[in-house]
Design a binder for this molecule. Structure first.
Ligand code: NAG
Ligand code: NAG
Ligand code: NAG
Ligand code: NAG
Ligand code: NAG
Ligand code: NAG
Ligand code: NAG
Ligand code: NAG
Ligand code: NAG
Ligand code: NAG
Length: 446
């Protein structure tokens, strides 16, 4: 029989109840083989001690009936730090859909030195999908890791997920929201709240498109909203060829109680230190000579409290245009002890910061009233938020004293071409010969 006839002949499989031993659930995946769907039961919690592994291409792990809210089955980590693993060999097209992954981080259980995320997918595979998944409280370093494999991961789709909280904002207890290291991938329409390292961290991931995501600091300090600061692992180092970050909405913290007419306190000191960080200098004070290449950061919208809205340092052949602010925004924080330990002291907080002598062939423009500040970009995570009781946070985000009718809580709508990773080369590198023209254009724009 043809496989599709076989599928028609079989009755719909009942969901696998949480009374089933994990080894038996794993055995179902192994026996089911290619294309098997492991259907979990709505509303049930499954304790996982070590990851549940995809074992063949095109497999799916999902909740029966595909609910989108609290009815999604919960995979709860009870030992180890990873709940689902799909980055092994031969796992093209596996799908994790409509489930919740609770890393069950109690205090800082499992956190220090941990090298796995709640979800590990990707690897040397194509066409994997993670969608309608909630992932939170990882014991490891990220809520969702899309791994590069032997630099052969491509075409992952990460969409409609709600992510966070991830990690704690105390020193080195951080975790990312989404860590993308797979090329030609699409990260679309995800909501990330209170990831404490980077909301979305892009490890080069050439030819990927990150669009229409919402990233917000609500009750924790986030180091970065969207990061393009890593040099590894794609070759040559710092490869962001065709990587596009477009039409995302990034919200730092807002006042959580009354202050004066324009600003108030924030009980959690919640803000995003760097809304969008572009280039290694922004993050690492000690590797300030490195340069990333390629990529586009456009049409993103920011609101709320940041130390820096967009910061750029150590890049070549980038296009950074039309990023803007809506509602109220403040740029706050003071020099922490680690701001002065390197050879240069970074510029104090500001909306848009760039270090001109570290930018080569970069098209850079502003959209609204905020202009670019030229200054030292170096390890900007060293800044520390104001005290909780300082009237430093703006009103907004639907919170205290916010405008209830504002469009400021709606992310920008990307054009269809901004949604998916492009099949054709998406980069619009400006030929180096135009460098002087660009310099002139920059001077006119800012
Ligand atoms: C999944 O694979 C890992 C090795 O990558 C193994 O340690 C773990 O036991 C496997 N999980 C199950 C449920 O068999
Ligand atoms: C990428 O993955 C998606 C989802 O699995 C699939 O529909 C699409 O055909 C894939 N595209 C390529 C070029 O492999
Ligand atoms: C985006 O994801 C949310 C779930 O977080 C969903 O309700 C919404 O329909 C999605 N929007 C689009 C345009 O796909
Ligand atoms: C970046 O990596 C991709 C995927 O490996 C490759 O196709 C591309 O040529 C690289 N970019 C540069 C500038 O080498
Ligand atoms: C960064 O640059 C330094 C030299 O300044 C070099 O030693 C190091 O290998 C580079 N790191 C990466 C990841 O390219
Ligand atoms: C600039 O960005 C805004 C917000 O994403 C968008 O509405 C507008 O169309 C963009 N303008 C251009 C010229 O792309
Ligand atoms: C400075 O860095 C050290 C580790 O090198 C860390 O323990 C300390 O908390 C940092 N201080 C601040 C204010 O961030
Ligand atoms: C509100 O308080 C902040 C912090 O003291 C101050 O910078 C700001 O000017 C005040 N705004 C008004 C409208 O009084
Ligand atoms: C911006 O702050 C003012 C008070 O200064 C407040 O009335 C307004 O609602 C805030 N805007 C938004 C979009 O929340
Ligand atoms: C990734 O996208 C680029 C640019 O469109 C294309 O040249 C390349 O073949 C794609 N790579 C894979 C593995 O799909």
């Amino acid at each position: 029989m043809w496989p599709w006839l076989l599928a028609l002949a079989l009755p719909a499989l009942a969901c696998v109840p949480n009374s089933t031993a994990q080894a038996d659930i794993q055995a179902l995946l192994a026996a089911g083989g290619r294309g098997y769907t492991l259907s979990l039961c709505p509303g049930q919690v499954y304790d996982v001690a070590g990851p549940l592994n995809f074992t063949a291409a095109e497999q799916e792990i999902s909740t029966e009936g595909y609910p989108t809210g609290e009815a999604r089955a919960v995979l709860r980590v009870v030992s180890g730090m990873c709940a689902v693993r799909g980055n092994g060999a031969g796992l093209d097209g596996v799908r994790l859909r409509h489930v919740q992954v609770d890393g069950n981080r109690v205090g800082n259980a499992g956190a220090p030195g941990s090298n796995e995320g709640n979800i590990e997918v990707g690897g040397s595979n194509r066409g994997q999908v993670v969608e309608w998944v909630r992932s939170f409280n990882p014991r490891g370093w990220t809520c969702l890791h899309v791994v590069e494999g032997e630099l052969a991961c491509a075409n992952a789709t990460i969409q409609h997920n709600d992510i966070g909280p991830c990690g704690h904002d105390t020193w080195a207890d951080w975790a990312d929201g989404i860590s993308l290291s797979c090329a030609n991938s699409t990260v679309y329409n995800n909501t990330i709240v209170d990831a404490t390292d980077g909301g979305i961290v892009i490890f080069g991931a050439p030819y990927s498109t990150v669009s229409a995501n919402r990233v917000r600091a609500s009750t924790r300090v986030m180091l970065g909203g969207i990061n393009l600061v890593d040099m590894l692992p794609w070759k040559p180092d710092g490869n962001y060829s065709g990587t596009r970050v477009v039409s995302n909405f990034i919200e730092g913290g807002y006042a959580s109680a009354a202050g004066n007419a324009s600003r108030g306190p924030n009980a959690a000191r919640a803000l995003i230190k760097i809304g969008i960080g572009v280039g290694p200098k922004v993050w690492w004070a000690e590797t300030y000579q490195n340069t990333s290449r390629g990529g586009e950061v456009s049409n993103n919208v920011l609101s709320g409290a940041f130390s820096f809205g967009v910061a750029v340092g150590g890049v070549q052949n980038f296009r950074i245009t039309n990023n803007s602010f809506v509602g109220n925004a403040t740029f706050i924080g003071s020099y922490g002890a680690n701001c002065t330990q390197w050879d240069k002291t970074p510029n104090p907080p500001t909306a848009l910061l760039r270090e001109p002598d570290s930018l080569v062939n970069v098209e850079i423009a502003k959209r609204d009233d905020y202009g670019w500040t030229d200054g030292r970009v170096q390890g900007l995570t060293c800044f520390v938020p104001p005290p909780a009781n300082e009237w430093a946070w703006p009103y907004g985000g639907g919170g205290f004293n916010a405008d209830p009718t504002t469009s400021a809580s709606t992310p920008p709508t990307p054009t269809p071409s901004e949604v998916k990773a492009q099949d054709s080369a998406a980069t619009r590198f400006v030929p180096a010969t135009c460098l002087t023209l660009i310099a002139a254009a920059m001077a006119a724009l800012v």
